[in-house]
Design a protein around this ligand. Structure first.
Ligand code: ADP
Length: 682
């Protein structure tokens, strides 16, 4: 007896693998490698055939059959003892049945077809057709018979059903990427299907031994795998383990191994049969799930913390069951004292401040109407504590959720205590209201005062106009009569009287001037005519003509740069230059001829354009602190003994500038001169 695997040790490819697990006595047939090639081909076909097939070889009729033959035709007790044995040593039911036909075929060299029925009660009902055909060798001899069994329609047979379901199972296992394996516990010989090998990253065309399987397991999982297998063997429990497998390319995959231990009659473990499946994808998903679960837990924790930090309460109303849930904070905000379940009607609706109730219930109605609010809810209302009666201001934000028919099913949201904020706002609002009222009163007073001021100003201006106008005549008369009296008295006048006459004349002139200036001021103050385009170059020129003698006397130099054309009042603008130039000449230094520069630049201020007109002199100047004072009526900085004047000139200038919506300012320093700057709108 020789192990057939040893016969094929030299390697015969797949054929070797297919039959390597069977032992037979090849003394009768010799090593397969020495068989005629036709027979080798027949054997190859037989072993690959999905049809149940049996090869009876040589004069002894040595039996070689395929898996399908084992599964469909043989009794399990016959296999594997019959494999490779001559019929006489180990006949099976089927060989007994077909042997006479095979002997006939061997003799005649002609194949026969045997109908199952002809075997009577002993044959299986499912086997209705058996083909016995000769296998010729190269020399034309007929050393073997190939028996093929065709199943027919007797599908009611248990065996057929079993086989059908078994083949379906194989198919299903295959389709599901499931591998099948069978580990002999006596020899530790592993029989693994193609899928099983693939699950372990093994090539499918070479045997997969148990030691290779162990080597493929991730080093960290090997002990666990071994312990589990031992446990299953010892306890008889099903094996169901998951472990990592390291593929030849070093990638790591997960497999799930399930198996069942089979015991012999003496309860000794015989083998474990099971399946293998790649669960890498599932494991990765599990890891991802775990990660997202963890993330979710963190998020929930963060939410809880921020909710606590923000002192937010939450509510959750199930609109299908009417169940309302409030957290502790929410209960506090409604001043709920009982600890039982809360209800919409008793706790929420009645907890609303009576003045806010109707409004809020209306808002909630709208919230539950998807087309109106899209389920959004954002309100502020007061609650009244049911037992403590405390009024709290609450800001509530939430969302209603709808089913596919837009029916509201759930209403969830949060509530925040805004009592302090609302109170503070109310206090501020009250304060602002009070201040506004006070201001309005003050404003009223101001308006009144302003109107009174305007009225009295107008009256004053009217009076000044009337007075100066009316005073002009008596002054003129004083001057005329004084002159006549002086002439009449002639030589009779002594030195003192002549001096007294001179002082009267002087005072009269001064008074006349004052009246003239006042008259001028009142003219300027009166509502003037329409403005027109005025060429300032022209106005300066005329002013210089009027001041001609004065300038000449003081040897004044006047430099005039081009000036703009502005909208204004002709006479007033000329007066403006006249007053400024005459002051520049009047307040010049004694030992230095006056130099007066008049120029203009365009500037932009607060987005508006202006003409900036400057009149600069090199005169005696004054302390900057008097910059406002000099524009007041009758204000004079310099003594009248040295510098004649009325103190009205700059008041007139200021009034003219204001009439032209402008502003005037001055910079000066004693001994260094002054610069008057006039801003006129562009
Ligand atoms: P007054 O008739 O006295 O000149 P104004 O109203 O024209 O009256 O001027 C008021 C005062 O401002 C003057 O008395 C003088 O002291 C001062 N002042 C006006 N212009 C100049 C100037 N260019 N330089 C120095 N001081 C001036």
């Amino acid at each position: 007896m020789q192990k057939h695997s040893q016969v094929f040790m030299q390697g015969e490819g797949e054929l070797f693998q297919l039959v390597r697990n069977f032992d037979w006595d090849d003394s009768a047939i010799g090593p397969i490698s020495l068989w005629p090639s036709a027979l080798q081909i027949a054997l190859n076909n037989l072993l690959h055939s999905p049809l149940p097939g049996l090869l009876l070889w040589g004069t002894e009729f040595v039996q070689i059959y395929n898996d399908a033959f084992v599964a469909i035709v043989m009794e399990s007790r016959d296999h594997p003892q019959a494999f490779g044995k001559p019929v006489k040593d180990s006949s099976t039911e089927i060989t007994n049945l077909v042997l006479p036909y095979c002997q006939q075929v061997q003799r005649s060299g002609i194949g026969v077809l045997v109908h199952g029925e002809s075997f009577g009660a002993t044959t299986r009902k499912s086997l209705s057709l058996i083909s016995c055909s000769p296998v010729f060798d190269d020399a034309g001899a007929n050393p073997g018979i190939l028996v093929t069994v065709f199943e027919t329609t007797d599908e009611n047979s248990d065996k057929t059903r079993l086989l059908a379901s078994e083949s379906r199972l194989h198919f299903a296992l295959n389709a599901g990427g499931l591998g099948e394996w069978d580990l002999d516990l006596a020899t530790f010989h592993l029989n693994a299907s193609k899928n099983c090998k693939l699950n372990f990253g093994q090539p499918t065309n070479v045997p997969f031994s148990y030691s290779s399987l162990r080597a493929a397991i991730h080093p960290d999982d090997r002990d666990y795998q071994e312990a589990e297998v031992i446990k299953a063997i010892q306890t008889g429990t099903n094996l169901d383990i998951e472990y990592r497998v390291v593929f030849p390319d070093e990638s790591v995959r997960w497999v799930n191994i399930r198996g069942q231990v089979e015991y012999d009659d003496q309860k000794n473990p015989k083998r474990i049969i099971g399946i293998s499946v790649d669960i890498t994808h599932q494991k990765n998903n599990e890891a991802k799930m775990l990660e997202s679960k963890e993330n979710f837990r963190h998020l929930a924790e963060q939410l809880r913390l921020s909710k606590e930090a923000a002192e937010l309460g939450t509510f959750d109303l199930n609109l299908l069951t009417g169940e309302l849930h409030w957290d502790d904070r929410c209960r506090i905000l409604f001043g709920t004292t009982h600890s039982g379940p809360v209800t919409y009607e008793k706790d929420f609706v009645l907890g609303l401040h009576p003045e806010d109730r109707e409004r809020i219930l209306r808002v909630i109605d709208n919230t539950f109407n998807k087309s109106v609010s899209n389920g959004d809810y954002d309100v502020e209302y007061r609650t009244v504590g049911t037992s403590d009666g405390v009024i709290r201001w609450v800001r509530a934000k939430g969302k209603a959720y709808f089913d596919s028919t837009d029916r509201p099913v759930r209403f969830i949201g949060s509530v925040l205590d805004v009592t302090e904020k609302t109170m503070a706002i109310q206090r501020i609002e009250a304060l602002v209201e009070a201040r506004t009222q006070e201001l309005a009163l003050v404003n009223d007073d101001l308006v009144k005062t302003n109107m009174e001021l305007k009225r009295s100003n107008a009256n004053l201006e009217e009076f000044a106009h009337a007075a100066s106008h009316d005073l002009k005549e008596p002054i003129r008369k004083i001057r005329v009569f004084t002159s006549q009296l002086k002439t009449q008295l002639g030589a009779l006048l002594g030195e003192n009287e002549t001096h007294a006459f001179a002082r009267i004349e002087n005072a009269t002139v001064r008074m006349g001037n004052l009246i003239d200036d006042l008259l001028l001021y009142s003219h300027v103050s009166q509502r003037s005519h329409e403005k027109e385009n005025i060429d300032l170059n022209e106005k300066v020129r005329q002013a210089l003509v009027d001041l001609d003698l004065n300038l000449e006397e003081k040897k004044a130099v006047v430099n005039v740069s081009p000036l703009p054309i502005v909208k204004g009042h002709r006479r007033q603008l000329q007066q403006l230059f006249q007053n400024l130039i005459s002051n520049a000449v009047k307040y010049s230094k004694q030992n230095e001829s006056p130099v007066i520069d008049i120029d203009s630049v365009d500037i932009e201020k607060d987005g508006l354009k202006f003409h900036l007109i400057r009149v600069t002199d090199n005169g005696i100047g004054f302390e900057q602190q008097y910059e406002e004072k000099i524009f007041r009526m009758f204000s004079r900085l310099h003594g009248s003994d040295k510098y004649g004047g009325t103190g009205v000139g700059l008041s007139i200038v200021k009034k003219i500038v204001e009439n032209h919506d402008g502003r005037i300012s001055v910079t000066s320093e004693p001994g260094k001169g002054s610069r008057f700057e006039i801003l006129l709108p562009y």
